[in-house]
Design a protein around this ligand. Sequence first.
Ligand code: ZN
Length: 156
Amino acid sequence: MARALLALAALVGSFSASASPPATPPPAPAPAAKADTFDGKVVPLAEALKKLGAKPDTDTAGVALVTADGTVFTMVKDEKTRLLFLDKQLHNRDIRLTAKVLPGTRVLHVEKVQTVKGGKVFDVDYWCENCQLEATEPGPCKCCGGETILREQPAK
Ligand SMILES: [Zn+2]
């Protein structure tokens, strides 16, 4: 009996010894996820939700990216994505978003918005011919107040 206890103690001892390896660094925070590309069509969020059987209020705000497999992503509205919320010309078209998925969500934090036509990728901005000035979102030119047009240039 005593012998058994002794053996057990030795066992426990060896366990606790191995349980505290020397100077293990604390687990590093997960490395920042790499941005990925997401291809799909940008549509008003209400439209995407209706297709899933929901009956959202007609004033439901925002847009969503619906990918080819039907996955619906919403996105952070900021200076990168504002054009998608404001410009209906970009709705129901092939769009490529370079983005990170915010952890635990299907919300995209977008780094780049591009259009896709015939398999080619285009960078997008709003151009004032008068001032030869570009802007990141639609609306009157910040310089002359004139009209800006959606400009798509082959991605470099
Ligand atoms: Zn201008």
